[in-house]
Design a protein around this ligand. Structure first.
Ligand code: IDP
Ligand code: MG
Length: 206
């Protein structure tokens, strides 16, 4: 590791651009190939639910009010990974399935009307405890009861226009993700800040 650092330092002080692989290896030692003489051993234990996923959807009022960017920013900033995203005009059939537990509610027809009134931005977010944490971030169903600082608490006033959807359980999230996305449209990827946000990592050099 010391040798890599010296080479990097020498190249930089000579005004030369260090090879990308060396830079990457210094910043992210685990990316160095195993054939390299200096291998950074990393024992990583991801928290069991660090791959938990949830469905978040910006509802038609959120899209119309151009809140998509701010909502995405909150989830990125919190440390979650975006693994799927699409904008669509949701059909009544999809929404009827999505909200199947609410079919008997008196507000069901106006809910369908609201949710089909314009495009929706559907997203899948991943990370440690994402289902529970995102429900907290989104806030109470009724914006009048939602805490300031939550999406609904900051951007809405009435239950019939509450800007965003978030799955309410891990099982519910799996069902909803399957409804809104095909498996091929979801990406498995590792974010570079993962070890600072959700992985339990111990490292040693040899
Ligand atoms: P949630 O979105 O917080 O999970 P749910 O009870 O699952 O809340 O209700 C789904 C959606 O149905 C709410 O987000 C809201 O848009 C709508 N909704 C719930 N209750 C009412 C109501 O009393 N009047 C009109 N719409 C409602
Ligand atoms: Mg719900």
């Amino acid at each position: 590791m010391m040798l890599q650092w010296r080479i990097f330092h020498t190249l930089c002080s000579a005004g030369r651009e260090a090879p990308k692989s060396l830079k990457a290896g210094l910043l992210f030692p685990h990316v160095l190939s195993c054939g390299h003489r200096f291998v950074w051993h990393r024992t990583k234990t991801s928290l069991p639910d660090s791959r938990e996923r949830t469905l978040i959807a910006v509802k038609p009022d959120g899209v119309q009010r151009r809140l998509v960017g701010q909502i995405i920013q909150r989830f990125e900033q919190r440390g979650f990974r975006l693994v799927g995203l699409k904008m669509l005009q949701a059909s009544e059939d999809l929404l009827s399935e999505h909200y199947c537990q609410l079919r008997s509610k008196p507000f069901f027809p106006i809910l369908l009307q609201y949710m089909t009134s314009g495009p929706v931005v559907a997203m899948v977010w991943e990370g440690h405890n994402v289902v529970k944490t995102s429900r907290t971030m989104v806030g109470h169903t009724n914006p009048a009861e939602a805490q300031a600082g939550t999406v609904r608490g900051d951007f809405s006033t009435h239950v019939s226009r509450n800007v965003v959807h978030a799955s309410d359980s891990v099982e519910g999230a799996q069902r909803e993700i399957h409804l809104w996305f095909q498996a091929k449209d979801l990406l498995d990827w590792d974010s570079w800040d993962q070890m600072s946000t959700s992985d339990v990592t111990t490292s040693s050099a040899s």
